[in-house]
Design a protein around this ligand. Sequence first.
Ligand SMILES: [Cu+2]
Length: 132
Amino acid sequence: MNRVADTKMIGALTFALVVVAFLAMPVLFKNREPRVEPLNQGVREIRVEAFRYGFSPDPIKVKQGERIRLVGTSRDVAHSLVIPELGVNLLLEPGKESSVEFTANKKGTFTMFCGVYCGGGHGSMRGTVVVE
Ligand SMILES: [Cu+2]
């Protein structure tokens, strides 16, 4: 191969790399988008943190009929937040945020608990949700 051919080859490779990088951009940026979607009007956001072996805040207080978005994470290991009466089952992982929306349509005091084995105190990892 002569010098001109080498130069053309390098040019073509550089061009190909630029094209690939350009095509990959939407994928790269998409992965950086927050996992939690923007909040709709009329939805109240409540942030929850799980830890061995409890939740913060506890109790979680809401009003009957309210539309709630729970946004949660974990302080240590993977947990989940389960409120069977309200149809909530949210995985809470360290370093990540996850969310779920529900309508608090039943008045009462409900138990929330962890549904992912997280250590010796897992069985007693509970909290209270009050819908008033
Ligand atoms: Cu647990």
